[in-house]
Every structure is written in structure tokens, then in C-alpha cells.
Design a protein around this ligand. Sequence first.
Ligand SMILES: [Zn+2]
Length: 71
Amino acid sequence: MEKKQFELGDVVQMKKPHPCGTNEWEIIRMGMDIRIKCVHCKHSVLIPRAEFEKKMKKVLRSAAKDEPEAT
Ligand SMILES: [Zn+2]
């Protein structure tokens, strides 16, 4: 199983969508706990990091591309 990578500002998809019908969350705080904000209704939730990693499905948009550029 591949390791999930995410960073501040990334927009992620969770296994369960928000009740408002949107499944896009922006990471707005990182630490022991992760705070994510629903991009649609702006509701934010604080989740322990381990739980976040379990519930996150994938990163939709990365805030900063850290892939090495082919030069
Ligand atoms: Zn929402």
C-alpha cells in the first residue's frame, strides 16, 4: 500500500463526503491534528492525524508541486 502524502493547502478527497454533498476538503492546518475545510460550505473539522490518514482517499490538488522537474 502506498504512503499517503499531503501538505498544507492541498485539496483532498475523503472516503465519506460531507453532508453538504461535496467531497473536496482543503487542508488548512497541520500538526498532531489536521484541520480540513469543506471547499463548498466552508465548514471545518479537526481530525487526529492517524484518523485523517485512514479517512483520506486521495489528494485531488497539490498546493505545491514537489515532483522533481525533468530538466
Ligand atoms: Zn460541506
